[in-house]
Design a protein around this ligand. Structure first.
Ligand code: F3S
Length: 654
């Protein structure tokens, strides 16, 4: 029995940008929208007539779009004026501009905003070039080749000397571009940006490799398409048997090469130009298989055909490119005959995210196949499962190495919270969620937290973490640093954490210091609560330290608030003051001159008469006038005399 393989080049047919734009149109058809494309979506009559059969209109300007139509912008892109026209008319649209083209549009716009002249190397009638120029502003110049560039730079250099930003269109000829770069080197005001897309060169490289390993090469594409002819030329150089066809129908007339009927093992390679759709490539594959089968009666067509497709199975890990993103899913090209879908629930576990927050068009993603529907040509895929598989390896490694991880708390559950890290749901028990006992689990939701993995159940794919372990380690590190550097006199701002009868504890950033009651006020107070409350922020300084015992005494009273300093600046010996009697003792009475400052009126000075008991003359609360007779600054003592005031006024009546 004959054995054969038919291999289609991965890069055969639509490039990424064209494929994406065509799929956008089909998405609109599947969504039931009335669609119109701005120009032919692709220069391929098969595709265009198929779209027209499905009701897709081709329009040349946004003005032709109906209010109920959704306009699709093709991969070439359009100028800023077209977007404006669509928006001002309230026409909804899907932007199929190839991301590589959009990059040049942005570059042209930014260069123009910076006062540079955007110079686009390309064909001025090509839609991509017209679109880019429509973003570059009025100074934009389009030049066809290196000779025109040399002329322009010379002229600019003589007269204008403006900065010039040179960028080629995506499909610009590479050797011509190299000449342009060389010319630009002679002009310091010229900057070059290589914006050529490598899809074409990649396709040619792959075709040459495939041709070298094939007994026959089939090149599919238009006979007037320059990129198809180039492919044919390349393949013919390395593979003796090479044919160029426009579609599968041409195979009917084609004769199989001589010698194939005797060959047991036949290798056929297929490549295709940029405008060839995948279904034409697939049809050619089928037809070719049939042709070979007809050469051998024993041939099992079904088996061989099946073997010629890239196989896909449930549970398989595949690589794909995101081709479109909507509000509920991402659409993926996985390189098979299927259209791949990744539902939002399979993109992420984070309920706050939309598909566009997770992936964007053009992203290469690792996926796992969760369901295949061959009849409909659909494959359901999951990104989060692959992320979780990869992430779980990271989690296991983090546990072994004690690495600190970062993740977002997605929900509070019974007994703890769930943190999403590396695509893995990690359970943090309540006892490990915080170092503060009063912290509510709900308060952690949506917060980014650091944590360590404390347990992994690999078989079950479960991981348990601890936020507390990280917080405790951070606190210990902060403490060690504090004790290393702290010295007497250092000033801190700290929060009062608790009060006791002998003082207040102040948090200095993980370390509590004691503020003794005597430090809280210059006045005599009975309890710290008379001066401060829990939660107050105080500026304190270190009065004393015991690093061994981990104790720290704080000072708080400030000299400028010292009532003694105030007293000395306002009063002197000989001054008469009105004061209030605050206490009475057997040897005299204490009178308050100002808050925090009391003077003693000795029993001999309470009257100009002899007194045996002070209480016979004075009571607590009495307001009296007394003379300051002595100030002892060292001992902070003040002596006062009522008698001196009475005598000054001529003595009391008998
Ligand atoms: Fe195709 Fe975009 Fe490159 S449309 S050729 S992938 S610039």
């Amino acid at each position: 029995m004959k054995k054969f393989t038919i291999t289609a080049a991965n890069s055969a047919g639509f490039c990424f940008g064209v494929d994406r734009a065509v799929k956008l149109v089909y998405n609109e058809i599947y969504n039931g929208s009335k669609a119109a494309t701005l120009g032919e979506i692709i220069h391929n009559p098969h595709v265009v007539s198929e779209l027209s059969r499905r009701g897709v209109r081709i329009i040349d300007s946004p003005l032709e779009a109906g209010q109920d139509e959704r306009v699709i912008i093709r991969s070439h892109g359009v100028g800023a004026d077209v977007y404006e026209a669509l928006e001002s008319r309230g026409i909804s649209y899907s932007d199929g501009t190839c991301p590589f083209v959009r990059r040049i549009q942005k570059l042209a716009r930014e260069c123009s905003e910076q006062g540079k002249i955007p110079v686009i190397m390309g064909d001025k009638s090509h839609p991509e070039v017209i679109g880019i120029a429509g973003h570059g502003g009025k100074d934009t110049v389009v030049l066809p080749d290196s000779a025109a560039l040399g002329e322009f730079l010379e002229k600019n250099s003589g007269n204008l000397k403006k900065k010039v930003a040179i960028m080629p269109q995506t499909t610009y000829n590479i050797s011509m571009w190299q000449q342009c770069v060389k010319i630009a080197e002679g002009y310091p005001e010229a900057e070059v940006f290589d914006t050529i897309c490598n899809a074409t060169s990649e396709r040619q490289k792959e075709a040459a490799e495939l041709a070298a390993n094939s007994d026959m090469m089939i090149v599919i594409g238009g006979r007037h398409s320059s990129n198809t002819l180039k492919l044919f030329e390349i393949c013919r150089e390395v593979c003796g048997e090479c044919v160029l066809i426009e579609d599968a129908s041409e195979l009917n007339e084609m004769k199989m090469p001589e010698g194939f009927s005797d060959k047991c093992d036949i290798r056929i390679g297929i490549t295709a130009g940029a405008s060839t759709p995948a279904d034409i490539i697939k049809e050619v594959k089928n037809q070719m298989s049939e042709k070979i089968m007809n050469m051998d009666e024993d041939f099992n067509f079904e088996e061989a055909l099946d073997a010629s497709f890239k196989r896909i199975y449930t549970g398989q890990r595949v690589e794909g490119y995101i081709t479109a993103v909507n509000n509920t899913e991402a659409i993926v090209d996985v390189g098979t005959k299927h259209t791949g879908y990744v539902a939002l629930s399979e993109l992420t576990d984070d309920p706050s995210l939309k598909p566009s927050d997770v992936v964007k068009v053009g992203d290469k993603v690792d996926l796992i196949v969760i369901k295949i529907n061959d009849a409909e040509g659909i494959v359901q895929l999951s990104k989060k499962k692959v992320d979780a598989m990869k992430g779980f390896d990271e989690i296991v490694k983090a546990k072994e190495e004690g690495t600190i991880l970062e993740g977002t708390v997605t929900s509070a559950v019974k007994g703890g919270v769930i943190v999403l890290a590396n695509g893995v749901r990690v359970f943090i028990p309540a006892s490990q969620a915080s170092i503060r006992r009063d912290e509510k689990l709900e308060a952690l939701v949506k917060k980014t937290v650091k944590f360590k993995i404390i347990e992994v159940k690999e078989q079950r794919g479960q991981a348990i973490g601890s936020i507390k372990a990280v917080l405790t380690a951070e606190r210990d590190a902060a403490k060690a640093k504090f004790w290393e550097s702290v010295k007497v006199g250092d000033v801190f701002k700290g929060e009062v954490k608790s009060l006791t009868t002998y003082g207040a504890f102040v948090d200095l950033g993980g370390i509590d210091g004691l503020l003794h009651i005597s430090e809280l006020s210059w006045n005599r107070i009975k309890h710290p609560s008379e001066a401060v409350s829990v939660g107050d922020t105080l500026e304190v300084y270190v009065k004393d330290l015991d690093k061994e015992a981990g104790r720290i005494s704080l000072g708080y009273k400030k000299d400028e608030d010292n009532p003694w300093v105030k007293f000395e600046s306002e009063y002197s010996e000989g001054t008469n003051v009105t004061c209030k009697i605050v206490s009475i003792t057997p040897f005299g009475a204490f009178a308050q001159i100002m808050p925090g400052i009391d003077g003693l009126i000795h029993i001999s000075q309470v009257s100009d008469k002899r007194v045996t008991n002070v209480k016979d003359v004075l009571s607590v609360g009495d307001e009296v006038t007394a003379k300051i007779t002595e100030i002892d600054s060292d001992k902070k003592r003040i002596s006062m005399s009522i008698k001196a005031v009475i005598e000054e006024n001529g003595g009391s009546e008998e």
